[in-house]
Design a protein around this ligand. Structure first.
Ligand SMILES: [Zn+2]
Ligand SMILES: [Zn+2]
Length: 145
């Protein structure tokens, strides 16, 4: 996990440098909080966490930073769910199981899904650069209620 974090940090520095994004203490901190997150947080959730360590940061700064991170590929956006934007720090190939009650998104890996074929109809519509399977259902926590 330690090595993983170092690698992430390096990726962060590299991508920022490549894209001319200056590394400020705020950006570092936001990235830090993001890289620890496993809950596909909203901008607001990240803001709440960052604010604990940097009390004078504004929501706007956090939000704009998240969008620039997304633009240069440091993080990605969770596919549209009709809710608030949710950010994805996990750049490893993975899939999602999403609870329709509590909106928790669980990551999982599954080789067979990585290798699904792109249907001809989609190939006519454009070029696929990312494949993710999204399963929806009710998580065990919600099911137990
Ligand atoms: Zn749930
Ligand atoms: Zn994910």
């Amino acid at each position: 996990m330690k090595i993983e974090h170092e690698a992430l940090k390096r990726m962060f520095y590299d991508k920022c440098a490549e894209n001319g994004l200056k590394i400020t203490p705020q950006r570092s901190l936001i990235f830090d909080e993001l890289s620890k997150a496993t809950d596909h947080p909203t901008a607001d959730a990240i803001y709440q966490r960052v604010r604990k360590r940097l009390s004078n940061i504004s929501f706007d700064t956090v939000y704009r930073t998240l969008l620039s991170f997304t633009e240069i590929g440091i993080i990605s956006l969770v596919e549209g769910t009709g809710e608030q934007k949710r950010f994805e720090p996990n750049l490893h190939r993975h899939h999602h199981f999403r609870c329709i009650k509590c909106y928790t998104i669980f990551d999982f890996e599954h080789d067979a899904y990585d290798n699904i074929a792109v249907p001809d109809a989609v190939q006519k519509q454009g070029v696929v650069i990312n494949k993710r399977v999204v399963l929806e259902g009710i998580c065990s926590k919600c099911k137990g209620k």
